[in-house]
Design a binder for this molecule. Sequence first.
Ligand code: PXL
Length: 266
Amino acid sequence: MSVPIALTIAGSDSSAGAGLQADLKTFAANGTYGLNVVTCIVAETPEVVSEIYPLPPVILQRQLTLLLDSYPVGALKTGMLYSKAHIVAVCELLEDSEIPIVVDPVMVASTGDPLLEESALDALTNRLLSIATVITPNLPEAGILLGCPVLSLAEQEKAAHGLAEKFSCACYLKGGHLKDSSEHRDLLVHETGMEIFTAPHIDLPSTHGTGCTLSAALTAGLAKGQSLSESAALAHAFTHRALARSHSWKNKNSEEIWHLDQNQRS
Ligand code: PXL
């Protein structure tokens, strides 16, 4: 049997809980072979982003062209793209592609540091989102994309439909930023309706990498030929288990979610 291939276009997180490292671990844990295109090198931990070093957009294109020419990619995702030039570089190569595209519209790190330049927002909304099969914003990102904040469960539902319509794609809207509930509610709006995924709130000092993990698991599902609905259910369950198994080290502030061997760590 041939192994399904998932590809990520993302930044490198030195602490490996987010970014392309989270994506590759998630791809592997979900039965796919992962490929990666690096956009930026980020010196960071869950507590601090100390440096962002963007690679030249042409180097991004060389990686992506080579991989698309060499492998039967089943699905791909974009994560941290950082600048307008990086977004345009990706769109130039993917605009005519038939591969399902998951766009995680990464804007801000869990530390609050920006991971997208302000001048890139136009290219994100006008070019990248229009080639997405499914987008996976969190509530602050949804607010920016729609031009109005999303602050309640009712607004979340309206926003998920609004985004799907505005960008003519499916929308998996993550509800984790609503703080007034013991339960988190994510919504998937797609052609045939809306699905709701709920999970109990887990109190953690850091949720670094959660968004990357969810969009990567969704991409793995699509790469395996699962429907959007099945892929979303897989992604939701996988991310919840990874968060529930978060690991921290003695005398160290860092805490990282656990992607691999979900049945082996309790
Ligand atoms: O979680 C968003 C994200 C995406 N990509 C990279 C990151 C982060 C968060 O820190 O470092 C490279």
